[in-house]
Design a protein around this ligand. Structure first.
Ligand code: SAH
Ligand code: SF4
Ligand code: F3S
Length: 431
């Protein structure tokens, strides 16, 4: 039996896609290996959202090509973007397949085994179908509900590499979730570049809030999460659905990107800071214990000190539990690519540092709020560092390590009293 090694970069959707790719290789008689040295096939699932992850692809090819007889494939967002060019520029790459081509991987593998070099980056439109596939499951699993993006934020390459928005039929999503819960999964994270657009291009009368009700009805599902929502589409209907469906966790990733209206406009985000704040205030008021998180870009073309101050002020005002922040990186094809990337790298770096430092303080303050509280923890297993300590997550998605004398199994929901707040995790005792 042959072996396949898969290296994954980028977002959760790539993780999900890699699980699907592994399952297709498995159906074709390959087993998975963590060790590229013993692999017959290697697949690099790539990300092109910033220049850095894109560069990693080259070094990964360089590393893998030293393995004797290995067939190297490249997929994901860089593959979608470069297509045939990959085969021309890298003679060690045997096959390239795009973000919509995973369903055709059977034929691709077949051709590569016959000695051909293959490139398939054709795209699907409208509706997508992802047949159920078997995978290694743990307590928590990702399920893609829609792909692609029609928003065209001026800095972002995703609409060019993931194509237009396309949704999966609700029936197919529910079937996949049923399969997962039969195999022990208790927490489902619904994935999409913009989950709020779910259903727009389907014939059925469905949207994202309605889908949440359907998933909430599946008995064995204990928790539901989702990423990502675009603030402009974050609706009252979604807030209601988050309140009414008790399994939907009080955690919301709502990327603001920048605190200055001037920059938001140039980014083509289609909301002002004031509009964003209003939505967040409403969500906080209506959803008890809501934890917020966000993405930020620093050093967008033309970002002044005053613009950046607005971002600092915003994180203070909103109090996110977590933020993800990045230095602006010009991407080909995007609108902003035509603007001069005029913020020097050392200023980008110092802004990034200042933002993350400020956030550390906010996180520390918010973590202290959990002290003494009793929260429900979904158990993921034993702590990696100490096998007498259980590990799981609270509703707000924080890691909680805890001790207990009870007989606890992975996948249980356990009430834990929080005794200690560390930098990024909590410690407690089961009650
Ligand atoms: N679909 C998601 C985001 C996908 S990309 C959404 O709309 O929220 C993840 C994050 O990468 C973005 O939120 C943004 O903060 C960052 N990002 C995207 N393009 C970037 C670029 N050109 N330079 C720096 N960061 C970027
Ligand atoms: Fe990119 Fe904007 Fe679409 Fe998110 S909403 S994927 S940032 S274009
Ligand atoms: Fe990267 Fe593609 Fe995801 S560009 S962030 S892997 S959609």
């Amino acid at each position: 039996m042959g072996k396949v090694y898969i290296r994954t970069f980028g977002c959760q959707m790539n993780t999900y896609d890699s699980e699907r790719i592994a399952s297709i290789f498995n159906e074709m008689g390959f087993s998975y290996t963590e060790n590229p040295e013993e692999a017959d096939f290697a697949v690099i699932n790539t990300c092109s959202v910033r220049e850095k992850p894109q560069q990693k692809v080259k070094s990964e090819i360089g590393r893998l090509k030293r393995v004797n007889g290995i067939k190297i494939g490249v997929c994901g967002c860089v593959a979608q973007q470069e297509g045939e060019k990959f085969l021309d520029n890298f003679k060690d790459v045997s096959f390239v397949f795009g973000t919509d081509a995973i369903g055709r991987l059977y034929e691709i593998i077949d051709l590569v085994q016959k000695g051909q070099r293959v490139c398939d980056t054709s795209t699907n439109e409208g509706e997508i179908s992802i047949p159920s596939f078997s995978r290694e499951t743990s307590v928590s699993a990702f399920v893609t509900i829609m792909k692609g993006c029609d928003n065209f934020c001026s800095y972002c390459i995703v609409p060019y590499v993931r194509g237009r928005e396309k949704s999966r039929k609700a029936e197919e999503i529910i079937r996949e979730i049923n399969y997962l819960v039969e195999n022990g999964v208790r927490e489902i994270t619904l994935l999409g570049q913009n989950v709020n657009s779910y259903g727009k291009n389907l014939d059925e009368n469905i949207n994202f809030p309605k889908l949440l009700y359907m998933v909430n009805d599946i008995k064995e599902v204990k928790r539901i999460r989702f990423v990502t929502s675009h603030p402009k589409d974050f609706s009252d209907e979604l807030i209601e659905a988050m309140i009414e469906n008790e399994k939907v966790m009080p955690y919301l990733h709502l990327p603001l990107q920048a605190g200055s209206d001037n920059i938001l406009k140039k980014m083509n985000r289609k909301y002002s800071y004031g509009e964003y704040l209003e939505k967040v205030a409403k969500a906080k008021e209506r959803i008890p214990g809501l934890a917020l998180s966000s993405d930020f870009i620093v050093g967008f073309p033309g970002e002044t000190d005053a613009d950046f101050e607005d971002t600092l002020r915003a994180i203070e005002e909103i109090e996110y539990e977590t933020i993800f922040a990045f230095k602006y990186s010009p991407r080909p094809k995007t609108k902003a690519f035509n603007l001069e990337d005029n913020i020097p790298d050392d200023i980008k770096s110092s802004r990034l540092d200042a933002l993350l430092k400020k956030q550390e303080k906010i996180t520390r303050k918010l973590m202290k709020k959990y002290l003494g509280q009793i929260c429900e923890v979904l158990v993921e297993g034993m702590s990696k560092k100490d096998d007498s300590i259980y590990s799981g997550r609270n509703p707000q998605n924080r890691i909680v390590n805890f001790k207990s004398n009870k007989n606890i199994k992975t996948g249980d929901l356990v009430s834990v009293k929080i005794m200690e707040a560390k930098k990024n995790s909590l410690f407690g005792l089961s009650v």
